[in-house]
Design a protein around this ligand. Sequence first.
Ligand SMILES: [Zn+2]
Length: 57
Amino acid sequence: MGKLRSNIGSGDKLVCENCGAELTPERIYVHEINGAKHYFCCEHCAHEFERKLRIAH
Ligand SMILES: [Zn+2]
């Protein structure tokens, strides 16, 4: 905690949609669900998110 630096690039900061971990270009897992791209930190999170999505629907 306590690291409040302005982001380089000032674009959208990508975080894992499942666990909220920060994503870097080297460590990113893109998974397409229903034609929309979602970003995760790993394959595990992608599947976990997809499962939650199905339960919610
Ligand atoms: Zn994750």
